[in-house]
Design a protein around this ligand. Structure first.
Ligand code: CA
Length: 236
């Protein structure tokens, strides 16, 4: 899955330079000039990471970051603060407020991409092209293959993204709304029961190699990918 990187920056030249760097690195940029425009995008789809300028017109970057951290839907979006300020206190307050990292202007494209990669690795591993192996089930994003015990599994595009997300976030429970946000990128127009339909298809496909039990239904909460047998999967 191509990572969607939101750039919230009011200076057009800097915004364009960052967007160009993002595209060169293989990510998808989403540009906004201020917090309000950013919020409009976020209402539609959650980005995988936000590059947030500190000095913005109207609501400052730090206030906007605080606002995002204050809402359950947006509180886990990784944030890298961009600033011309190199004051140690600013850095500390950005990190205390919950920013994942902090980049001082001027920065090189290489430095910016290295910081983005490091944050995505920690916070959004489903956006990386790294193979994941859990309980003999291997997800290989580079070759677009899912295998177990020498056998391959054929998945539809949604099941493929869903499995990738679940395997890179194993042992954590996600609600249907969270899965819509993270896998579909759309929590407004897609109904929650759509998630159940695709989970059912995914389990069926995993069943062909005896791995269907890796997806657990957690009653009243959602779904979880786990090798532990303590949460009993029930039939949907
Ligand atoms: Ca600015």
């Amino acid at each position: 899955m191509t990572a969607r990187i939101m750039i919230v920056e009011d200076e057009p030249a800097i915004q364009q330079m960052i967007a160009f760097t993002i595209v060169q690195a293989g990510y998808k940029p989403i540009c906004a000039c201020d917090a309000e425009e950013a919020m409009n995008h976020i209402h539609g789809a959650l980005p995988d990471l936000i590059l947030l300028d500190w000095m913005l017109p109207k609501m400052s970057g730090i206030e906007f970051a605080r606002k995002l951290r204050g809402h359950s839907r947006t509180q886990r979006i990784p944030i890298i603060m961009l600033t011309a300020r190199s004051d140690e206190n600013d850095k500390v307050s950005a990190l205390e407020m919950g920013a994942d990292d902090y980049v001082s202007k001027p920065f090189s494209p290489r430095e910016l991409i290295a910081r983005i990669k490091a944050v995505l690795r920690r916070r959004a591993p489903e956006t990386l092209d790294e193979a994941v192996v859990i309980d003999g089930l291997m997800f290989d994003p580079v070759n677009h293959r899912v295998t177990a015990g020498g056998g391959g599994i054929t998945l539809g595009p949604t099941e493929y993204r869903l499995l990738h997300f679940l395997m890179t976030h194993a042992d954590r429970v996600y609600s249907r709304a969270q899965l819509l946000d993270r896998v579909w990128g759309d929590h407004v127009f897609v109904e929650e029961r759509t998630v159940d339909v695709h989970i059912r298809r995914l389990r069926k496909a995993l069943g062909t190699v005896g791995k269907e039990e890796l997806i657990k239904t957690v009653r009243g909460a959602g779904y979880c990918f786990s090798v532990n047998a303590d949460s009993e999967p029930d039939a949907l």
